[in-house]
Every structure is written in structure tokens, then in C-alpha cells.
Design a binder for this molecule. Structure first.
Ligand SMILES: Nc1ncnc2c1ncn2[C@@H]1O[C@H](COP(=O)(O)OP(=O)(O)OP(=O)(O)O)[C@@H](O)[C@H]1O
Ligand SMILES: [Mg+2]
Length: 405
């Protein structure tokens, strides 16, 4: 029996969290496990970090997407009640592609469970869940429904944030064939070229209101006044409107009611998107457009292009297409570009997705250095440990309003 077959037999029908850092070989273990099960004729499903890719794209709304997957499932009633408990029922008539990152993760997870696989492999796919939803899903994996599924989970970030009430394994030690990548790319704060922003001032929101439609009223008069040179976190459950607020501040969505001020002057971000507030998006795939990494960096001032490439660890890969990079590097690339933009305010929406604890520490150091230069920093994150290490001033977005924590 091979090492892998032995490993999979030993942990059959259990939820297992595979520990290890970025580039430690865990994706290779997941992929090999899926092909091992498939070759035996057992259903095996891999879910990777770009969660949208795991929606079927066939169905016009959440209701139909769920029923496409759950029809005939033994646990259909249980899974539908889980969908209800996590709030998906309220989104039944919406396109799956308009759900928030965490809501999409919940939908994909429930759909894949409905296919009743023998093996489910989650490769950094669950990081967008808020802490309560992460516990709920971990309990499903560890409960009766999980008893007939081998669930392999790769998650990164800080171990203390993991809600997974699961056995933890260090597979690399058990699987000698899956060695670490020989030269993992460097990601280090020393490569940041931290310069003061072009301009500086307070960022203020006054009774900001935003509805996507009559059913989806997201912001209901959110107000705050943020000072430059500080780090703020915006926290809140999945679907509370954090990314929506970020998109309004950056100018990707128009303001419907309320006002935004920068340095005491009225600001209409949608007229000049990204000029005062720039943003590192939750999903790096929607922020990368060019045919090569070199072109992706071309909008930066020439002297900072090299620092951004060095910070992301992609210096030797300039001719590559950004989508040839693994998710962890795509996220670092967009992070590094935004960190070098010299805008007065920078928003980082879930920057730690896919990043191991060392990379998270480097992100903390980068954001603190930018704040020292008087850049205003807003971080959206479900990682309490990341927020604690940032020493951020904490804001909560709940019921469409902002309060201080
Ligand atoms: N384009 C859209 N059309 C309709 N509804 C949308 C659209 N984008 C987002 N929504 C809805 O608006 C709400 C807020 O979404 P948003 O992405 O801002 O949440 P979030 O707080 O960032 O969540 P997460 O923690 O999961 O990233 C969600 O209920 C989502 O389904
Ligand atoms: Mg979001």
C-alpha cells in the first residue's frame, strides 16, 4: 500500500485538518487523494480557493442551484434546514454570483454535501466564513452527516482562529512523497517601499445608505469618522455589507443616500474611482486584468514596480500570466500593488485568505509601516488574531450601521 492509500484508509470517514504552511505540498495531497478515490470509482470532490468557480453557472438563482445538487440526496431535508439556518433562504431568488464571498462558500459547501461524495477536499475554500458560520460547518463535518465522508481541509491563517473541532494532522510527516516546494517565494516586509501618500486627511461617512434591490437593503445610515495614520478593522457576519461599504468608498458602487467626506471636503468616489480610497479586493481574480504580471504592475510609478514585485515574491515570474499563479500568490500580488499606490486611504478586504501564519505576520508589518507613513488603513477580516496583531481600532457593521467595538 502506498503512503497515500495508507493515510486515506487510516482517516477514512473523518474530518481532518491538514496542517502545514504555504507551498508545503498540501494541495498535491488533496489532488492525489481525489484521484485515488476517483480511480476506485468513488465520488470525490475538490473545492479550491476561488469559490465562485465551484458554482454550477447553470442556474439563475440560489433556490435552483441548491435543488440541482440536493435532488435525490438522502440528507436533503437536513441540508435545506442548514441552508435556512445560515440565511440562504432569504436569497433564494438571487443569482448565486451576487452572493457575498461567505454566502457563496456556504452555498457551495451545502451543494457539494448534497452530492454525497466519499471524499470532500477543501483547499483554502472555507476562509471566507465568519466565525459562527465556520463553527456551524465544522459541526456538520464532525456530525452524523460527516460519518460517511472523508473531509480533508486545508486552511491557513493563525491556528487560534480555526474553529474546526476536528482532528489535526501533519500529513507532510506521514506522506514522505509530498515534499515541500524547494524554493517557496519570499514574502517579506523588507521589500516594501513605504512612502507617504500623495495626500492625507480624515475619511468620513455620514448616514450612508445602500440597497442592491428591495429585498437586499444593506447599509441603513452607516456613519464614521476615521483618522489617517491609523488602522481600522471592519468586522461583521457574512453578508452584513462590509465589501459593499468598501466598494462605495472606493467608488465602484455609487452612493445612494448620505455623504462621504475626505479632509473635510465632499467626496464623490464614483466620479474618480480609486483616487482617494484604493482597495485590495476579497477576490483577486476580479482585480487582475493584464496578460502578464509585468503589465499588471505597469500602472505603478517605475521606481515602485520592482518593490511591488519583490514584496509579492514574483520578481522571477514577470512574463507569466497572473492566472498562472496559485491563488496565494495572486492575493499577494494584488496586496503588494495596492500597498504601493500611495493613496490616502487603503482598504484591504480579507487580505489573509490563503496566507499562512508567517505571511499574515508580514501583512501585519506592511500595514503598520504604511500607517506609520500616515496612510489610513481599513482592514476587513474574519481573523480575530490578525486584527489583534494589527492593533486595529475595531468597528462592527451590523444591521446596516457601524458601531465601535
Ligand atoms: N450585486 C449584488 N446584487 C444583489 N445583492 C448583492 C450584490 N452584491 C452583494 N449582495 C448582497 O448584499 C449583502 C452584502 O454583501 P457583501 O458582499 O457586502 O457582504 P460582506 O459583509 O462582505 O460578506 P462576506 O463576509 O461574506 O464577504 C449580501 O447579502 C449579498 O448577498
Ligand atoms: Mg465581503
Amino acid at each position: 500500500m502506498t503512503d497515500l492509500a495508507h493515510f486515506l484508509e487510516k482517516y477514512r470517514n473523518m474530518p481532518i485538518l491538514l496542517e502545514g504552511g504555504n507551498f508545503s505540498g498540501r494541495t498535491a495531497i488533496l489532488r492525489a487523494s481525489v484521484s485515488h478515490y476517483s480511480q476506485r470509482g468513488d465520488r470525490a470532490i475538490y473545492v479550491g480557493p476561488s469559490i465562485q468557480r465551484y458554482l454550477s453557472s447553470l442556474m439563475p438563482n440560489v433556490h435552483d442551484e441548491l435543488h440541482l445538487h440536493l435532488t435525490g440526496a438522502r440528507n436533503k431535508a437536513l441540508l435545506l434546514s442548514l441552508a435556512d439556518a445560515v440565511g440562504l433562504t432569504g436569497h433564494f431568488q438571487k443569482s448565486p454570483f451576487t452572493l457575498s464571498g461567505g454566502e457563496q462558500t456556504l452555498l457551495v459547501t451545502i451543494c457539494k454535501l448534497g452530492l454525497e461524495p466519499s471524499l470532500l477536499a477543501f483547499d483554502c475554500a472555507l476562509g471566507e466564513l465568519d466565525p459562527d458560520n465556520a463553527i456551524r460547518i465544522a459541526q456538520v463535518f464532525a456530525g452524523p452527516m460527516g460519518e460517511s465522508i472523508t473531509t480533508l481541509i486545508v486552511e491557513n491563517g493563525y491556528g487560534v482562529d480555526h474553529p474546526w473541532c476536528l482532528p489535526i494532522r501533519r500529513p507532510i510527516e506521514e506522506l514522505r512523497n509530498f515534499a515541500e516546494s524547494p524554493l517557496p517565494p519570499q514574502f517579506h516586509v523588507s521589500n516594501l517601499r513605504a512612502e507617504p501618500p500623495e495626500d492625507t486627511g480624515c475619511l468620513e461617512a455620514a448616514r450612508v445608505t445602500f440597497d442592491y434591490d428591495k429585498r437586499t437593503r444593506v447599509l441603513r445610515g452607516a456613519s464614521f469618522c476615521l483618522k489617517p495614520g491609523r488602522i481600522y478593522s471592519i468586522e461583521g457576519r457574512n453578508g452584513s455589507g462590509k465589501s459593499t461599504l468598501a466598494r462605495i468608498l472606493v467608488g465602484a458602487l455609487p452612493l445612494q443616500r448620505g455623504a462621504i467626506y475626505f479632509a473635510g471636503q465632499s467626496l464623490k468616489p464614483w466620479k474618480r474611482p480609486g483616487r482617494v480610497v484604493a482597495m485590495h479586493m476579497q477576490d483577486p481574480n476580479v482585480q487582475l486584468f493584464a496578460d502578464s504580471i509585468a503589465q499588471e504592475l505597469a500602472d505603478l510609478p517605475p521606481q515602485t514596480r520592482r518593490s511591488a514585485a519583490a514584496l509579492a515574491g514574483v520578481e522571477g515570474l514577470m512574463c507569466k500570466h497572473p492566472f498562472d499563479l496559485p491563488f496565494v500568490l495572486r492575493k499577494r500580488l494584488t496586496f503588494a500593488i495596492v500597498a504601493h499606490l500611495r493613496r490616502p486611504w487603503l482598504i484591504f478586504d480579507e487580505p489573509t485568505l490563503g496566507q499562512d501564519a508567517n505571511a499574515c505576520d508580514q501583512m501585519v508589518a506592511v500595514l503598520q509601516k504604511l500607517a506609520e507613513k500616515n496612510t489610513g488603513i481599513i482592514v476587513v477580516s474574519h481573523s480575530r488574531e490578525f486584527i489583534r496583531r494589527l492593533q486595529a481600532q475595531r468597528l462592527l457593521l451590523e444591521n446596516g450601521l457601524i458601531t465601535e467595538l
